[in-house]
Design a protein around this ligand. Sequence first.
Ligand code: XMP
Length: 536
Amino acid sequence: KILILDFGSQVTQLIARRVREAGVFSEVFPYDVSDEFLRGYGAAGIILSGGPASVTEGDTPRAPAAVFELGVPVLGICYGMQTMAAQLGGRVENGAVREFGYAELRARGHTALLNGINDFVTSEGHGMLKVWMSHGDKVLDMPPGFKLMASTDNCPIAGMADEDRRFYALQFHPEVTHTLQGKAILTRFVHEICGCKSDWNMPDYIAEAVEAIRAQVGKEEVILGLSGGVDSSVAAALIHRAIGDQLTCVFVDHGLLRLNEGKMVMDMFAKNLGVKVIQVDASEQFMGKLAGVTDPEAKRKIIGAEFVEVFQREAGRLTNARWLAQGTIYPDVIESAGKGKKGAHTIKSHHNVGGLPETLNLKLLEPLRELFKDEVRELGVALGLPHDMVYRHPFPGPGLGVRILGEVKREYADLLRRADAIFIEELRNTAIPLPAELAEGREVGYFHKNWYDATSQAFAVFLPVKSVGVMGDGRTYEYVVALRAVQTQDFMTAHWAHLPHDLLGRVSNRIINEVRGINRVVYDISGKPPATIEWE
Ligand code: XMP
């Protein structure tokens, strides 16, 4: 396995994902782990990530000394390269200008890392790579024992290596897809330089995870809050595979779910998979508590608190349960370990379901703790969950509660659910034409088959204002629905999706014709920032 030490780059998780895509297990830890931890961990290789600091300033992060003493290969990326240079006796210069974007890089010195990997070869026979750069500082003098591995016009030392000790360093980012050969480089590092085999794959993972769950819970019983979202669904399927009827799921319907969601969850889990699911219709209770409340954060708090209350009440009836299962995934784990990182602000109080374990006195079972989102999806499909469910857009915990502006009413939720379902159905049914290359039989990268796949999140928002319209011979005075569709990698920033006008027109017509009570549909063309994805 490969250990990644995180110096705070935005893209550290991508390193772990690329390594796992090469079939090798890898984990991310903060850069300041102890030497003892490193000696006990058993890494076949270590990767030092990028980061926002400058090694030219005192008191900035350094790798633990043991990294360079264990005798395993080390790869430094960006800041990781600079700290490697500084710690091993080289010199780093505080760059006056930042370099950000594509660069053409020339591989040098026939190193085990880059030899033979290139995008093209010049007439003089130099292997060239298109790489993604994002740095201010650069290495001025290499440490003793290192030779030049790569250079660009702006950055004469863009890569260096001490092949005796198997230390490699790159100024560019191989983990981002902009670096076309990045995956090949990381794969080369973990397979050939670290000697790792491809043994990280789903069937093996399922077998191991099932064994681990059985060993952990023994004959005891487990409860799980099923939301219909990807993570809790996959966790339920996996735990059920391991311990069958020792698992009971509690599915709380707060009245703010999407159209037919309750039925879909019950059909999938209770009927098809034979999972024990207790469905609780708590919509009266939620609507009662939400009456008259208009402030978004207040609504979130109420929904969160009621959820805990209902869940606890149900869990209290299952007197044999000793474990609470949660669909915590690896990015959540890394995030909470890195809490206190500079620059993190709470814009909205997400992740509203908290406080369960302490009050319930249950032990925590988190079988997805090691997995990235795309691995969770792959696992879900391997466990037999339908593709459409596993590849659904994310849905916020407070549900339609934050998509009905201001006060939440059952009448509004019913209208919104129907409008939203029409929008989603049309997105799914609107195919995106095959790229010409593919039609001609040439290979292309991934492409999206329909507009649902091509958007990261899409939904309708209910605006409790009335506007005038005409229908037939009559005047109408009804509510407005806004459509929102965004494209994003990480949900921190997002673009509004340029949906085809035909598609928008069809959705608008259908909503106005089919949902009595709505006579106007608008499309949201705001990016994040400055707007957020949800309207509340
Ligand atoms: P914003 O609106 O902050 O949304 O741009 C970013 C992502 O977070 C989701 N979101 C939530 N998820 N509880 C959740 O579980 C919440 O209270 C909540 N608010 C926003 C939103 O759907 C989007 O994917």
